[in-house]
Design a protein around this ligand. Structure first.
Ligand code: URA
Length: 201
């Protein structure tokens, strides 16, 4: 078994043995190994579990649109998550019907995959890691919130890698105003400049 197959089998093992909170399936990362550019999201949702790949639902479509604007496509980049299972919340409605929704992964759940994500980063060996949202940001840096550092290139001494924090693409759905949209667009343009001119990737 090669290193990546071994990593996949460890993900499967952790996900299938986790019983502390409800979860709804699991996936691995997607895209080439090695890769110069690596994106790290939070956790898969319903569509990702159905299709077996990260970022293929609504947020994924937004993400891919911006990626294409940079002249990149999914085959050029590695994309993965901080938590590999879908964290879910079950709510019992008045009619007795249970509804399933996504929830943010708990710190203990993120920690289950600490070694796995570190190992995936080593195998991918990216020149830059773009964190999407607060969950991967907190996992890979000491920042407390994306609002402090989005759109800036940061060298992470502990990791010995560049990281570029961005808002999660689903933030566009929650912040439906022109000001947020232009700030988000601007962060992608800064990323383009970083890739092309600063790091020359
Ligand atoms: N949001 C994430 O953070 N990851 C996915 O894979 C999909 C949506």
């Amino acid at each position: 078994m090669d290193n990546y197959e071994y990593l996949k089998s460890k993900i499967k093992d952790i996900c299938e043995n986790y019983k502390d909170n409800p979860t709804g399936g699991w996936i691995t990362g997607d895209g080439p190994i090695p890769a110069n550019v690596m994106f790290i999201g939070e956790a898969p949702g319903k569509t990702e579990i159905e299709e077996g790949k990260p970022f293929v639902g609504v947020a994924g479509k937004t993400f891919e649109g911006y990626l294409n604007l940079l002249g990149l496509s999914r085959k050029d980049i590695r994309i993965t998550n901080t938590c590999f299972f879908r964290p879910i919340k079950l709510t019992l409605g008045k009619t007795g019907k249970t509804t399933v929704s996504n929830r943010t992964p708990k710190i203990s759940e993120v920690n289950l995959f600490k070694d796995i994500l570190d190992e995936e980063i080593s195998l991918v060996n990216p020149k830059i890691i773009i964190t999407l949202g607060n969950v991967p940001l907190k996992r890979l840096s000491n920042f407390k919130s994306i609002g402090e550092c989005h759109g800036k290139l940061i060298y992470n001494e502990a990791l010995k890698r560049y990281i570029f924090p961005m808002y999660h693409p689903s933030a566009l759905t929650y912040n439906r105003n022109d000001e947020f949209k232009s700030m988000y667009d601007n962060d992608w343009m800064r990323l383009k400049n970083t890739l092309n001119n600063e790091l020359k990737i």
